[in-house]
Design a protein around this ligand. Structure first.
Ligand code: NAP
Length: 609
């Protein structure tokens, strides 16, 4: 069996009752759609009633500094791996005059905010951590802990001299294109007035925490916090665990996505009691983490990281190629599906036959994972609740060797809040439709608000040429060229999720994007161009192409139980990312690399000023 990443890839499935499973998946989806109608989550709004859930516990007060008035060549908004990689690529291309702006007090982005116990990357660190060959850094483990990843982001910032160029604890509040000057005017909440020739910006997908939309959240008398603002003052311990202040406390956690999966074993080990409020079970395959073999790492031949990264994408995005040296849950599932495809006789490969083979092999994969739950979880009632009934990749798959095992502890209870929804929070308890659960600490692992507009996520709108705002431009639908450029917004490079490749390994996308930006900026410098903008025609053509590639996944997403992957089942809103992604990823990366190689800069218009 292959969920553990072994090479055993046989495709079973002959004893699968596909009709029964289809019915079960559909019933789960329908139940969740019904729950969605109750208005189940609310984002943390700056300045709103829930604002304190967004406070920075790692740097509670902002360092004093005078407002900055300066001109800069390139302003980068966001100092996570995306912003850092943009800065690094530009530095390497000879651009020295760069400013990074971030709300956080340090670099790291998602790894700055998410420091909860158990945090690790869930794709292999050897491909997740960028620039390993340049920095010579060896991740300590196959799936590196979050603290190490944050330290690595800091290492990049130091190595490429980015700290002196960063404005931390600073939120961009306005961006406006000054046509006459050919520059962007940028305002911040620290009173800065920055003037930039180019802006590279991103809205961040996982930057806006969301909380259950139930009454009473702010009147809870115990400690309550979102996982991206972990309060170690309450729990004790560190991201490595040992949450020693929980020993005499009753703890509840809402949410069993990838975040809950990593946290629950630590809460289970530390708390007097742990109640897990689960709405949808997460699919769990074996993780198989291990320390890095230093000798193996030292032997890797130059160019290994790009090859390893690419081969992973080729395999996991189902191009049909399998040259990957990675054997883990991601690749095991892809290999399992490839095996099913290879069994289709030549000449019978119609789209319908391919879809049916993929569905059957997905059923088989999940039946095995469900059987694995029975093998691990001793209490049959708990085991039944912990089985996931949706297709793989409807939600981000979970990998863990201690999550299911945690439910064998006598102090751990699981509550099905799909059957008995959470009704309210009281001063000392969480109340579902059929019971009251007294709690001292409530952890909200309820994810992030994704389905909102770019401006809502970023916290500011962008005023482009002729006073047109980005929210006006994207009112009906998101349009871009290559995912990076928007007509009417010169010298602005977007690192959003729309119209770009979907790959499980996000830093690959960031690397490709920022390589592209540095290439264009280098060309402009070498040829004396002052402005760059996508033509309206190129934008329309690309947007139609990207949409059509996204549409290929419509049927799959329509059948999925709601989650952020399918925009909670709302596929046709302008902001939904699900159908706005180009797949397969490898084809997208090849396409933009081919565009660079052609050197004709097709679709872009350059200006003198
Ligand atoms: P998530 O995947 O959106 O999961 C949120 C969880 O909260 C789900 O179980 C959801 O249930 C539940 N939930 C939300 N609102 C609820 C409500 N009102 N009542 C009851 N339950 C509710 O969020 P996440 O786990 O924080 O993960 C977000 C993403 O961050 C991941 O997919 C991944 O991309 C990234 N991440 C990465 C890693 C890594 O290792 N690299 C680790 C953690 C997270 P439903 O499923 O029923 O909606």
């Amino acid at each position: 069996m292959s969920p553990n990443g072994s090479q055993d890839q046989e495709s079973r499935g002959t004893d699968i009752d596909a009709d029964r499973l289809r019915e079960r998946y559909e019933a789960e989806r329908a139940l969740r759609l019904k729950l969605r109608e109750r208005g189940d989550v609310q984002p943390v709004e700056r300045g709103g009633r829930l604002a304190r859930f967004g406070d920075d516990l790692f740097a509670p007060s902002a360092a004093e500094r005078a407002p900055r008035r300066s001109r800069t060549d390139v302003l980068i908004i966001g100092a996570g791996f995306g912003g850092l990689l943009a800065a690094v690529q530009l530095r390497k291309a000879g651009f020295a005059d760069i400013v990074l702006v971030d709300v956080a007090a340090d670099v790291g982005g998602t790894w700055y905010w998410n420091r909860y116990p158990g945090i690790r990357c869930d794709t292999e660190s050897y491909i997740y951590l960028p620039l390993l060959e340049e920095t010579g850094f060896m991740p300590s483990e196959r799936y590196a802990p979050g603290a190490e990843i944050l330290d690595y982001a800091r290492l990049l910032a130091r190595r490429y001299d980015l700290y002196d160029r960063a404005l931390f604890q600073t939120r961009v509040t306005g961006l406006e294109w000054r046509q006459g000057q050919g520059r962007w005017r940028v305002e911040t909440d620290r009173g800065d007035e920055l003037d930039a020739r180019f802006v590279i910006t991103q809205s961040g997908l996982f930057g806006r925490p969301q909380l259950p939309a139930v009454p009473g959240l702010t009147s809870f008398g115990g400690a309550v916090f979102h996982t991206s603002r972990w309060d170690y003052g309450v729990t004790g311990g560190t991201a490595a665990g040992d949450l020693d202040r929980l020993a005499d406390l009753d703890v509840g956690i809402v949410g069993t996505g990838c975040t809950g999966l990593q946290i629950i074993p630590h809460l289970a080990a530390a708390a007097r009691s742990l109640t897990v409020f689960q709405r949808t079970a997460i699919q769990v395959a074996v993780r198989g983490n291990a320390p890095t073999d230093g000798e193996w790492f030292a032997r890797l031949a130059p160019g290994w990281q790009a090859r390893r990264t690419r081969a992973f994408d080729d395999l996991t995005t189902m191009t049909g190629k399998d040259e990957s040296e990675i054997y883990d849950g991601w690749t095991a599932f892809a290999r399992h599906q490839l095996t099913a495809l290879r069994q289709i006789p030549a000449g019978e490969r119609s789209p319908g036959v391919v879809d049916a083979a993929l569905e059957q092999s997905d059923f088989a994969w999940n039946e095995r994972l469900r059987a694995q739950v029975d093998d691990i979880v001793r209490d049959p009632r708990k085991a039944a609740l912990l089985k996931a009934y949706y297709r793989t990749h409807c939600k981000r798959p979970g990998y863990s060797d201690d999550y299911l095992q945690a439910f064998n502890r006598a102090n751990v209870t699981i509550v099905d809040v799909a059957a008995s929804p959470i009704e309210r929070i009281e001063r000392d308890a969480l109340v579902t439709s059929d019971r009251r659960y007294p709690l001292d600490v409530l952890v909200l692992a309820t994810g992030f608000h994704l389905g909102s507009s770019w401006g809502e996520r970023a916290g500011y709108d962008i005023v482009g040429r002729d006073g047109v705002t980005l929210s006006q431009k994207w009112k009906e639908e998101v349009v871009t060229y290559h995912g990076f450029h928007v007509h009417g917004f010169p010298n602005m490079f977007f690192m959003g999720p729309h119209h770009v490749a979907a790959t499980p390994n996000v830093t690959r996308l960031l690397t490709e994007q920022t390589t592209h930006f540095a290439f264009i900026l280098g060309h402009m410098r070498d040829h004396g161009h002052a402005t760059v903008e996508a033509t309206a025609e190129a934008e329309a053509e690309w947007s139609a192409l990207a949409r059509s590639r996204g549409e290929e996944k419509r049927q799959l997403f329509e059948q999925c139980t709601p989650g952020y992957v399918n925009n909670q089942g709302r596929l046709d809103t302008p902001n939904a990312v699900a159908l706005h992604r180009y797949s397969p990823a490898t084809e997208y990366f090849d396409l933009i690399a081919g565009w660079r190689a052609a050197g004709s800069f097709e679709g872009l218009a350059f200006g003198a000023s």
